[in-house]
Design a protein around this ligand. Structure first.
Ligand code: FAD
Length: 468
């Protein structure tokens, strides 16, 4: 393919930066990814990605995009020790959303997952990027400034500092892509150049994650994963997934300032009332590997670059630097991957109005992720903010869908296809799903009520005890 520029520089070599570099490599003679951390050549947590020590699920659509950008990477992950699982046997996963435990019989054929820790996944992506001939990873370099034309209309490069020698390094570039994550300084740089900062949308979640890597002996748990979301009155939950090398990573979380204490005993106590008892027993008997780790995130935050009327040429922002979600929903890496595809699509039409085109296209998966995470968050009374009428109606409808998913694997499949970004959210509004949702409460009652029975425990508690 004919190149459209000489040099592109990406700031940050985490998932968004690496995937952006892959897209840029098709359109620029050379691509340099500048990263503050020394980059390991094996799976290892690092300072610039502290979330790497916490549970990281890659949604099915994210896995599809990785395979599209790096053919063969998914087989490689499995060959090297990641677990491939699918929804053929729903008894192998315990998934509780909005207080509904999804049915644990039958199959959800669209659902697949590659289970591994975040450093393992990132290392595989990094190795692929290292293998692209025109991409260089410049690690141990801290980006300190953008360089621009004197009228500030165009960004022309970056200034970085070598962290080992303290030498200044100036890199000129036709395009600079900021992938420095939630701490991105792009709004500050824009201000310094005389542009407005992007408007910011926030949902204040006051989330705390505490995680522990564990070794649970094989055969102790039938399930490969458990997810228990928060519900009104219980702003706590957990996730645990099997990972490479016979490890599992357990995360317990609290929102609205509810904080688990960072040790395994306290973590178990924190979720005692919502974790399946056999899971807690397995965790208590497991071998902890390393220390527990804590992460706090005040809000989900979306910087609305897509709404800006003026933006300098030669600059883009990508990944968490645009939008960082409540991580409970496992969306960030998939959205970063979809943004990398959006970047590729925009660049295939040249660089004219690139920023406007890119931010508009990137806003499509961001909006889907935002609606799938911010809306349910706003339905919790513990979270500040008034949901709009539309959000309230959607939440009522999704609750109906989840009610159907308590007994109907087809509803589970439809729901997971949307939350995994395989289908747009409108898929849930197709007549077959609306029909299922409309009849959900009635059918659930019929399924859970024995002939002539009444005064039974609630369906959710029946299901919980039957799977526990
Ligand atoms: C606790 C937690 C759990 C999560 N769980 C999931 C999950 O289950 N599934 C999922 O898909 N996503 C999850 N995410 C989100 C996911 O980690 C991110 O969306 C993903 O890493 C993409 O982020 P990014 O590459 O844009 O930024 P980051 O991952 O934050 O990376 C930014 C990079 O920029 C570098 N950098 C920063 N400043 C500079 C500088 N001045 N100079 C040079 N380099 C710099 C950093 O060192 C780092 O490498 C989670 C996030 C958190 C916080």
């Amino acid at each position: 393919m004919a190149k459209i520029g000489n040099h592109a520089v990406v700031l940050g070599a985490s998932m968004a930066g690496l995937l952006a570099a892959r897209s840029l490599s098709e359109f620029f003679e050379t691509v340099t990814v500048v990263e503050r951390d020394p980059l390991p050549t094996c799976p290892a947590a690092r300072r610039g990605v502290p979330q790497g020590r916490h549970l990281h699920g890659l949604l099915p659509r994210g896995a599809h995009v990785l395979e599209e950008l790096f053919p063969g990477i998914l087989d490689q992950l499995v060959e090297d020790g990641a677990h491939y699982v699918d929804g053929r046997d729903l008894s192998q996963v315990h998934y509780e959303a909005g207080g509904h435990v999804l049915v644990r019989a039958g199959s959800a054929p669209s659902f697949t997952a590659f289970l591994a820790t975040r450093p393992f996944l990132e290392e595989h992506v990094r190795a692929r990027v290292r293998g692209i001939a025109n991409v260089t990873l410049l690690d141990d370099h801290d980006v300190v400034e953008l360089i621009a034309t004197s009228d500030w209309h165009r960004v022309t490069g970056v200034q970085a500092v070598n962290r080992r020698t303290r030498d200044d390094v100036r890199l000129s570039a036709d395009l600079v892509v900021d992938a420095t994550g939630r701490g991105s300084r792009a709004p500050m740089w824009l201000n310094a150049f005389g542009y407005e900062s992007p408007r910011e949308d926030h949902v204040v979640v006051q989330l705390t994650y505490v995680s522990q890597l564990l070794r649970i002996p094989p055969g102790v748990l039938h399930e490969w994963g458990f997810v228990v979301g928060a519900v009104p009155g219980r702003p706590r939950g957990l996730g645990i997934l099997r990972s490479e090398n016979d490890t599992s990573i357990l995360t317990v979380f609290g929102i609205a300032g509810h904080e688990p204490h960072p040790d395994l005993i306290s973590m178990c106590e924190f979720v005692e009332d919502c974790a399946p008892p056999h899971l807690l027993a397995a965790v208590r008997a497991a071998e902890p590997i390393g220390e527990t780790t804590r992460h706090r995130q005040p809000s989900s935050r979306w910087r609305r670059y897509d709404k800006m009327r003026r933006f300098p040429e030669g600059l883009l922002v990508i990944g968490d630097a645009i939008c960082s979600f409540n991580p409970i929903y496992g969306q960030g890496m998939t959205v970063a991957a979809l943004e990398a595809l959006a970047l590729r699509r925009c660049l295939s039409n040249g660089t004219r109005d690139l920023a406007q085109r890119f931010f508009r296209l990137a806003a499509i998966p961001i909006r889907q992720a935002w609606e799938l995470s911010a809306n349910p968050d706003l339905s919790l009374p513990e979270i500040e903010g008034t949901p709009t009428l539309l959000t309230r109606l959607l939440n009522v409808y999704v609750d109906r869908v989840l009610t159907a998913a308590e007994y109907d694997p087809v509803a589970v499949d439809h729901f997971l296809r949307v939350t995994s970004f395989i289908d747009p959210a409108t898929r849930l509004l197709r007549p077959d799903m609306m029909w299922r949702a409309a009849l959900a409460k009635q059918r659930r009652r019929r399924i859970h009520q024995p002939p002539g029975g009444n005064g039974m425990p609630s369906p959710a508690s029946t299901l919980r005890s039957s799977v526990g």
